[in-house]
Design a protein around this ligand. Sequence first.
Ligand SMILES: [Mg+2]
Length: 169
Amino acid sequence: MNKAIFLDRDGVINVERGEYTFRPEDFTIEKGVKEALEILKEKGYTTVVITNQAGIAKAIYTKEDVEACHAKMHEQLPGLIDDVFYAPYYPPLSESLGRKPGSLLFERALALYHVDPQQSWMVGDNDRDLVPARKLGMHTIGIGVAEKFPSADACVSSLLEAVTNVIMK
Ligand SMILES: [Mg+2]
């Protein structure tokens, strides 16, 4: 069995702008993310981004826009993110268990990469990111103030802090 780190995208990998990020020029990697992912890869973790992209269902942007942002992400974090799953749904326009807090995309990734949830972590900046991971038996870390995260095992201020102060401890 493998161990994995699951990551939300906006607010964890790239800067949360308070609005939809769908243009590559607006997609800025957070400080310390590259270093954090390098540590995780060196320690043998599979790294998977799981992101809700409701703007597709709302027709604010397209799958091609999302793919272009992810191409930039992979270009700036070469070999550091093994896979990206995104949920292009928005209730009530479209319902799906793939949209967090639904756990379908996590379950798919666990099966695809033969991951042991008990050796794995989810890092998110919204409690909704952590709920499905917790349900599946993973450890959870919130980025932000503790009050926001009833489902978190730990709260930190960045992915780098999550890796160095919690996961590697
Ligand atoms: Mg987020």
